[in-house]
Design a binder for this molecule. Structure first.
Ligand SMILES: Cc1cc2nc3c(=O)[nH]c(=O)nc-3n(C[C@H](O)[C@H](O)[C@H](O)COP(=O)(O)OP(=O)(O)OC[C@H]3O[C@@H](n4cnc5c(N)ncnc54)[C@H](O)[C@@H]3O)c2cc1C
Length: 446
């Protein structure tokens, strides 16, 4: 096994991995970076359909320390986003540490010294000081299950690449999120028929309000209950009742789920190009039966039904994940049971991700340095200091920025807390068990 025991390994060079790499470089923390693909940019390089434009906005998606080019529109295309991340990597000299086409297949904690054994596709093995997981959360496809068998084309929105796949076809899209709206609107343009199946009611927000991206509304700085009140009033004026579009009324409060931002869906519903339907009951060949008994025949079904948060290269349950999408980590990145493993960017930011990456990555660099001064895992110290695990995968960007600013000031206090905890644990420590009774060191370090 090759020794790189003074370095960290960043897994992934998408938007999050790049932001973390820059912060580590600035903080003087030695690292390597492994990227499975051939270039940087993650989803914007390889993972979204060719016609995608961001649904957040340029200003709410660019890194806090690297504005997008001035000639970019409010909603850049996939290509522009991909170019932007390449430019970021080049500008800050991040490529020199990245090994492309290098997939991490296993990271294991080594009980003896808190270091991490890493294995790559191809068999190479290295020993690292620690691992920073930035593998993204929009790739592990979540499919719905129904009775019967569908004999047409059945694909996930992740596998939808370009309009040729659906041109001239009768298409049914399942889901009410952002990808569902994009794909069903594309089907309305190029398909023979476009159908949308919704299990429940959603809040569909227009992409712009008062000529500006909805995500940039001044209202986003207000408390959520006020945002709700203001946005609901605006929606009543701009959109009207969802029932007038044939859509069910939302079954949840605005912002309780990730909001769907699409102006096209309402446009095509009113043109009769998209036909809304209830949840699916069963399939029979190419026939789809909905729960209200309605039946239609389609050629292709696109499941825009979301993703699981998962870490296939970590031992099972090392990072607990609730409901398939809430990674149970303290401060958005650390575990109570293990040192030197950091999980970054698993939460879904309402609107754009960029402005949070920069401060969060800088905070992560501080946490890494603070961990060096501690014996106990910093996650355990946070837990014992009353930090709570997340109960949602959604992040309010403004509240999150506020919490990060506070954490920046209070983080050093954890050092004193850790010393006290060590004394407390030492006083309470029972005599060492006989070797036969000792727990498996691979499973739990602390
Ligand atoms: C259709 C669609 C539209 C979206 N629109 C928006 C939007 O408008 N605004 C917004 O902010 N976000 C949007 N997103 C979310 C988008 O995923 C994030 O903006 C961003 O890509 C997250 O960055 P990331 O680095 O966490 O993950 P990713 O972009 O997924 O990057 C992860 C990287 O890790 C690499 N990797 C994974 N596993 C391994 C491994 N084992 N070994 C080595 N490398 C590995 C991958 O190859 C990839 O390059 C959208 C997502 C989708 C699917």
């Amino acid at each position: 096994m090759e020794e790189r025991a003074e370095k960290f390994l960043i897994v992934g060079a998408g938007p999050c991995g790049l932001g973390v790499a820059k912060a580590l470089k600035e903080a003087g923390i030695a690292y390597d970076q492994a990227e499975a693909d051939t270039d940087v940019g993650g989803n914007w390089y390889h993972g979204v359909y060719e016609t995608a434009h961001i649904i957040s906005s340029r200003k709410t998606t660019e890194y806090a320390d690297f504005p997008m080019p001035a000639d970019y529109p409010d909603f850049p295309s996939r290509k522009q986003m991909s170019d932007y991340y390449k430019l970021y990597a080049d500008t800050f000299g991040l490529r020199e540490n990245i090994e492309f086409e290098t997939k991490v297949v296993m990271c294991r904690p080594r009980a003896a010294d808190d270091r991490w054994e890493v294995e790559f596709a191809g068999g190479a093995q290295r020993l690292y000081k620690g691992v920073i997981v930035c593998n993204g959360h929009h790739w592990d496809r979540r499919f719905p299950e129904y009775e019967g068998a569908f004999t047409g084309e059945w694909l996930h929105s992740k596998d939808y690449r370009n309009p040729d796949q659906i041109a001239g076809k009768r298409v049914l899209v399942i889901g009410g999120g952002n990808s569902a709206c994009d794909v069903v609107s594309e089907a309305a343009r190029v398909g023979a028929e476009a159908h949308l199946s919704l299990r429940r009611g959603y809040w569909f927000l227009p992409k712009t309000l008062f000529g500006r991206p909805s995500a940039e509304s001044w209202a986003m700085h207000l408390p959520v209950f006020l945002q709700r009140m203001i946005l609901k009033t605006m929606l009543r004026v701009v959109v009207g009742r969802y029932e007038d579009y044939g859509l069910p009324h939302p079954d949840h409060k605005l912002f309780e789920h990730h909001p769907t931002v699409s102006s096209e869906i309402l446009h095509y519903l009113k043109h009769g190009r998209i036909k809304p339907h209830r949840d699916i009951r069963r399939f029979d060949g190419k026939t789809v039966e909905f729960v209200d008994g309605e039946r239609i025949e389609v050629d292709a079904i696109v499941c825009a039904t979301g993703f699981f948060v998962s870490f296939p290269f970590l031992p099972e349950n090392l990072v607990p994940v609730e409901n398939g999408n809430i990674a149970k980590v303290y401060a958005g990145c650390v575990l109570a049971d293990y040192k030197n493993i950091y999980v970054f960017g698993t939460q879904q930011v309402r609107y754009g991700v960029g402005p949070l990456i920069t401060p969060a990555a800088r905070l992560l660099a501080k946490i890494i340095k603070l961990q060096d001064a501690m014996e106990l895992p910093i996650g355990l110290v946070m837990k014992e200091s009353g930090a709570r695990l997340p109960d949602t995968h959604l992040v309010d960007p403004i509240a999150s920025l506020r919490r990060m600013r506070l954490a920046d000031r209070t983080l050093p206090l954890l050092l004193r807390r850790e010393k006290k905890l060590r004394r407390k644990f030492a006083a309470a420590r029972p005599p060492a068990p006989s070797p036969a009774l000792r727990p498996d060191p691979e499973m739990r370090v602390y």
